[in-house]
Design a protein around this ligand. Structure first.
Ligand code: SF4
Ligand code: SF4
Length: 59
């Protein structure tokens, strides 16, 4: 399992990317933030800082 960003609710603030200790979160030219499930260790750091609460455990 890994955390997942619900892209339709993401406001593109970048807080999750800065917070992730694994460097698992990246953003493309379209400003859509995505989590690499292979790098995610499920520590929930990103979810704890997301201002719109759009990061959830994907199971
Ligand atoms: S749960 Fe942790 S490791 Fe996974 S994307 Fe969020 S901050 Fe990074
Ligand atoms: S912290 Fe939340 S709103 Fe901000 S870029 Fe990450 S997923 Fe989007």
């Amino acid at each position: 399992m890994a955390y997942k960003i619900m892209s339709e609710e993401c406001i593109g603030c970048g807080a999750c990317e800065q917070e992730c200790p694994q460097g698992a979160i990246s953003v493309g030219d379209d400003f859509v933030y995505v989590i690499d499930p292979k790098k995610c260790t499920e520590d929930a750091a990103c979810a704890s800082v997301c201002p719109v609460d759009c990061i959830e455990l994907d199971n």
